[in-house]
Each structure stands twice: as structure tokens, then as C-alpha cells.
Design a binder for this molecule. Sequence first.
Ligand code: MN
Ligand code: MN
Length: 499
Amino acid sequence: MPKLSRSDYYELTRDMNWNLKYVSEEEAFPKAQSDDLGVPLKEWWTWDEPYKITYVEYMHNQSEKDTAAYSVKAAIARSRLFDDLDPGWKAAIIAHYGAIAVPEYLASIAEARMARFGRAAAWRNMATFGALDEVRHGQIQLYFPYGLLDKSPQFDWAHKALHTNEWGAIAARSLFDDMFLANDAVRTAIQLTFTFETGFTNLQFLGMAADAMKVGDVEFGALISSIQTDESRHAQQGEPTLKVLVKAGKKEEAQRLVDVMFWRSWRIFALLTGASMDYYTPLEHRTMSFKEFMEEWIIRQFMDQFRDLGMETPWYWDTLLDELDWYHHALHLGVWFWRPTVWWNPDAGVSPEEREWLETKYPGWNDTFGRYWDVITDNARKGAVEKTLPQTLPLICNICQIPIVTPADPKKRHLEPYSVVYEGRKYHFCSEPCKWIFETNPERYAGHLTLVDRLLAGKIQPPTLEGIMAYMGMTPDVMGTDATDFAWARREVKGMAAD
Ligand code: MN
Ligand code: MN
């Protein structure tokens, strides 16, 4: 081993591009794996990552991170720490593990594709670290919930969820397949590392780590911090790739890639993080509402950075801003109502104090969503729990695979789904942007069946609620129930005693 100092070898080794002689560029970088979008090779070679690290430094850092996180886990393994956590918080982490652990491993495949098919040596170098990161994230986020299996069989879904046809798992698979498993290296850099990781994951993980510490979940906090620092490094493959594309006049395609994936990411983010922040996290530990979080971190910080790179605000911006007031509330109501179809126990989060908080953060909440919860609360108090449970399936969006919901405010309501007929088949969408995503590339999305499409096509037998539950892999031991067993409904309201 040469005993050189970092500065003597780093620049040389990180950026070792060369002209191919024995094979053509097309043979070495087939379009399906690495579409250069018509940008000349020499321009790709200007790719410059903002965060530079050597292999030795990387290994050193990673082993320290692992040691720290696994020691925290070992130290509290025999404590009662988990038992004392709030039931809503437990729901949030069980939902997180099922939706995120296996996709983290899948992200290592995306990173490995960039590590081989990225268009510049410096990029391939960064992506190699990214692939190692994501293998670690997959492993650690399966190991931690595995340690909690004796607390709840729902932790088994950390590994199981993505291998089932549960509706949320279908939605997550559809998103991640589109974003990186069925995507080439260049588009993955824009859609996974720039849009999803810079825009959503990194910020969400920062927020979740802080929340975990506040609610006393030291184990989850240590885990998430350990992951977040990796994400913030390998997410930095996005910006240099975007810069190369914009400089080479490919702004229009780059903009489309971001617009598509920002919207798709927002859908899943609202579903998971929206409910976690505004309903599952215990009231006394909430620092900001989901809307405030979106405005501060995603709308302002991420989009400022996006515009600094010469890009435009997505065309659907007004739709997004409007949805901040209602979309995740509607999803939460739906998820709670259809709770036997999810692998965690949704926390209704509508005790009198919580409703007051919701009204402060979302003026008008009581008159809109609150009215639905009034009926549910009433039925819960009468012991008519069957009236708080579903009999049917909702209509599902053909792009995001999430049930179609509308605002509770009648003035805003859009009852009819957005539809398209393509090659004789009718497709329904939850929103104009989802419809637009389909229309920009119908052959990419047209073959996919939503859960309801599968039912109508006779693929789910018997075609009953029981048959659907079995198709989704839901077993009685993991089916979601109300997180606090209706404690919120038994609370006294305005002097009126609950029965
Ligand atoms: Mn990761
Ligand atoms: Mn990542």
C-alpha cells in the first residue's frame, strides 16, 4: 500500500475517466441502464460531487455509526422503554418499518446501478458508497424491529409488508419501482437522489430523529440519526447530475422528471408522515404541524435550492398548496376507518385537546373533518364499533395506488375522479397531477392493476372482504385496531359525560 497523504491521491482516484477502446460507449452504457439524454461524454465528466470522501474515511465513519446505534439498542434491550412508549408513536414506527426497511435495501440496487452505469467516474465512486449505505439501512432497519417481535407481531411486517399485496405495500412498490428499480442511472439520480432523498427523506429523517428523542424512543432516534447522515451524503449525487443536464440544455426533461417524482413522493409522504405528525405523535411532543413542516422544510428550503439551480416551480404548485390543508386529514380518516387493512394500529388522535390543536393549526378543521369524527365518536360511545368499520373498498388512483379522497369542505369538493381512456380501458386518478403523470408516459403505467382493478378482474377469490384481506396477507394477529382502544372517544367533552 502506498503511504500517500489524502491530498496526494484523492483527486486522481475519485475522477478516473477514460476513453473506451475495446467496446463502444453504447455497449458499455446501454440506454436502458444509462440514458445519457443526448449529453456529450465530456460534459458528463465535469460532474463534481460537493461532498468528498475516501474509502478509508468512509469505512471508519460507518463502523463508528454502526457501533453507536447497535450499542444503544443493546443497552436498552432489557429495559421497559418500549412498553412505556405512547401507542400512537408505536403505530408510527411500525408503519415506518414496513414501508421503509425493504425499500432501503432496494435502494442499494439503484445505487449499484449508478455505481456501474453512472456517466462519470466521480459519480460512480459516490454511488458505490451509496450502495453500501443502503445495504446497511436495509439490514439495520430489519434488525431493530426483529428485536421487538416479542412486543408485537406487527414488527414482522418490517420484512413482510413489501412482499405482500397489502394496498399500502402496492402503493410503495409502485412508487419505488417507478423511481429507481425500473429506471436508468441518470433518471434515478434526478428522481431518487435529488427529488426524493434531498426533498423528502433527508428532512423527514431529521424530523423523525428529533421526535423520537422527544417521545423517549432513544433506540429509534439513534437508528434514524445513523441513517440520515448517510442519506444527506449520497443524496448529493442529484445536484451535480441536475447541473450537467441544465448546462447541456436538457432542462425540460429534468423538470419533467422532478415534477413527476415530487408529486409521487408527496402522495406517500402525506400518507405516512402526515398521519404520524398530526395524529400519531403524542400532543405534548408535537413541535410543528405537518403543514408547517411542509412549508418550512419542503416548500421553502428545498424549492429555494431547486430554483437556485435554474429550475421552475412545478406546474401543479397551487394544487399542492391547497392540499396541505386537507389531503393528509382525508387520508388519515380513511386509514383509520379501513384500519383492518393496515399492519399498524392507527391512532385516531381526536381527543378534545387534540381537536383543539387541529383547529388551531388548520382553522375550520372542526367544521369539515371534525364532523365525520363526531359521527364516529358517537358510534364509538354507543359501543357500535361495527359502524366505524368498512364494508366496501374505496376507489383507488391508477397512478399513486392510494385511495381517492376529496376535501371535506363542500365548497372545495371534487367528487368525480379525474379519468382518462387509453386503448379502450378507463383509468381513474385522485388528482390532476396523477392524471398528468399517466398521460406523459401511458405505456409505462397502463398495464398495472390497482387492488380494486384486481378484484373486478376476478383475481381476488372469493371476492369478499375476507377474500380481500387474505389476498393482502392480513392475518387477525396484525390487522390494525384503534391504537388506544377508543380512549379518545371516552373522554369528557364540554361538561358532557361519556357513557
Ligand atoms: Mn437509505
Ligand atoms: Mn438513500
